[in-house]
Design a protein around this ligand. Sequence first.
Ligand code: NAD
Length: 291
Amino acid sequence: MILLDGKQAAEAMKKDIAREVARWSREWGRKPHLAAILVGDDPASQTYVRNKENDCIQVGMDSSVYRLSESISREGLTECVRTINEDPAIDGLIVQLPLPGHLDEQQIIETIDPAKDVDGFHPVNVGRMVLGLPAFVSATPAGIVDLLQYYHIPTSGKECVIIGRSNIVGKPLANLLSRKGPGGDCTVTLCHSRTLELEKVCRRADIVVAALGQPRFLKANMVKEGAVVIDVGISRVEDKSTKSGFRLAGDVDFEEVAPRCSYITPVPGGVGPMTRLSLLKNTLQAAMKRN
Ligand code: NAD
């Protein structure tokens, strides 16, 4: 079994991005700039945004965080998005999800300028991605494809089963893996909470992607011997032995499943760092397109 080390892969790829950022910044006299809107004070969201700021620093990009109150109105948030959309010094914008319950996430996403939508969530980018046109691709699916390619794991003709049909992971990943060309050409089955005989479906797979948000859901009896297993899940589970009182758990029962796999991602340190890498790639791409 080989561990798919997303942290190491992302660090290696960041060096290429940093070189390209330095070249671009010299040419245009400014740095690519990522803005993040953070609503409320959810600790996990704060950590994600802080990590993204640190990533920007590491590759030589500018970043800024717009911190808004938990009780901000839809109009207030939309106004902030509009200000950033119109700011010529900002290339990419993300609205950290989840948003508080009174805000409609889809409605807010649709107010982002598609040319700055580096999370790839705007319908224009989703639609272009599905059609195989140049687009910002959602960061986690793009990161998974990059990770498979980094480890030279063949995808063409392989059976891939994805558990979870969310708009940000399952659905776009199904599209990417089934599209024609390198990193694609898989035969994809997209599973969800209504899928029948999930164990049987998963056992068919050469590549299994667990993205459902249920800690240790994928067990050894659901995985074919020699399969590649990608664990997208990140849940906080109580752990009194740690200082914080919790630890991060993936959707895969790692101890059970790992011995059956050819390759497997750890949590943390697998898909997460690759997701952050994709965001940097998209921000650089946004800056290049705007100039
Ligand atoms: P979501 O919560 O929006 O949707 C979950 C999906 O799983 C749904 O489509 C549902 O049908 C399916 N599902 C739920 N229970 C199921 C079951 N018992 N059997 C089969 N399917 C089932 O999902 P999401 O936003 O894609 O997040 C999934 C997980 O991935 C979460 O833990 C999230 O924190 C994590 N995540 C990680 C990254 C990363 O960078 N590593 C990025 C995004 C999401």
